[in-house]
Ligand binder design. Structure first.
Ligand SMILES: [Zn+2]
Ligand SMILES: [Zn+2]
Length: 341
């Protein structure tokens, strides 16, 4: 951790909010990767692009969360909140005709699963025990929380019904991959064989739905094992470069890094209006600098986002749709590929 980051983490939510509000006011936020600005030319004379992705995991993301005393109970609470918000979210994106990249945990595609010789998903290699900045997995089996049931009896762990709802929405969304069981993909904590077995299962499950993934989102934004992504046919991943506004570029393996942008969930301590103002500023700065602005979120976020933040931001974005290209990660990749040919 750099000294600046360490100082920031010690400030506490209220002081962080005050500092960040000042940074937005003095145009220190959003940060812009100025070195890259000259290299982009959008289709149809658009001036900038906005893309939205959702990390869609229900209970899987939080079962080893080390910030809470009872992670399993917390995980289920988050899953239930996501399920409550889901219909409203789909209506919101339909209303504004804005497509979203849903980065889905592979297990959610299943209607049901069962133990084989007493073991859930024996074909999937388990990660070794680890602890990272978000999660602590130090005993038991990685799949201990898997109820080995079905989506009607254990709706926190399966979501074929919600995936069907995404596929039947009016607007054409993208389904992307977020690993099979929300592993830490970093090279330090994930041997390549574990990543490969997770991706193989995601691919197998998605094929049964007629889906071929193009985009990938790393759980916890913990990047690693990119060679596995290449092996399993992915074209792009969400990349948090340290700049909120940036343009896509290719990594050494030829995979597209789609700028990670901003988590648009209202951070703790921010007044709603001030946060909406900060997000509007990001949109305006993207237009000025002709960059890609990526908003990402969890469907299980606090209800205030659904009630106030997201509608206000989508309003602002939709009002400028003649200048803003509203597309998915796959939309960006298809265009980048066609430009390169
Ligand atoms: Zn299972
Ligand atoms: Zn996640």
């Amino acid at each position: 951790m750099t000294l600046g980051k360490r100082f920031y983490s010690l400030l506490g939510a209220r002081n962080q909010m005050l500092l960040d509000r000042m940074r937005y006011q003095f145009r220190l936020l959003p940060r812009i990767n100025r070195r890259r600005l000259a290299h982009i030319c959008y289709p149809q004379a658009y001036k900038a692009a906005v893309t939205i992705s959702a990390d869609f995991e229900l209970a899987w993301a939080w079962r080893y969360d080390k910030r809470v005393s009872n992670p399993l109970e917390y995980a289920q609470r988050r899953a239930q909140r996501a399920r409550r918000s889901f219909p409203e979210l789909l209506v919101l994106f339909d209303c504004y005709e804005i497509p979203v990249t849903w980065a889905v945990v592979g297990h959610l595609f299943l209607e049901r699963c069962e133990r084989q010789n007493g073991r859930p998903h024996p074909e999937i290699l388990r990660p070794p025990y680890f602890e990272n900045e978000h999660w602590r997995y130090t005993d038991g089996d990685w799949f201990d929380a898997d109820p080995c049931s079905d989506y009607q009896h254990a709706p926190d762990w399966y979501a074929p019904d919600l995936i069907r709802a995404i596929l039947s929405a009016k607007v054409e969304h993208e389904l992307a991959c977020h690993t099979f069981s929300h592993i830490d993909c970093s090279d330090a904590h994930c041997p390549p064989e574990v990543m490969d077995s997770e991706l193989a299962e995601c691919k197998r499950v998605a094929e049964a739905w007629g889906i071929a993934f193009k985009s990938f989102v790393f759980p916890g934004n913990l990047v690693g094992n990119r060679a596995s992504l290449k092996r399993y046919g992915f074209a792009a991943y969400r990349w948090h470069s340290g700049y909120e506004l940036d343009v896509p570029r290719q990594d050494k393996l030829g995979l597209w890094q789609i700028p990670g942008g901003v988590c648009w969930e209202k951070p703790e301590g921010w007044p709603v209006d001030a946060w909406i103002g900060a997000l509007w500023r990001c949109v305006d700065r993207a237009l000025e600098t002709r960059t890609v602005l990526h908003f990402w979120f969890h469907p299980s976020c606090e209800p205030i986002n659904m009630e106030a933040v997201f509608p206000a931001l989508l309003d602002h974005v939709a009002a400028q749709r003649s200048d803003l290209w509203l597309t998915t990660m796959a939309g960006l990749v298809d265009w980048l590929t066609s430009v390169g040919e």
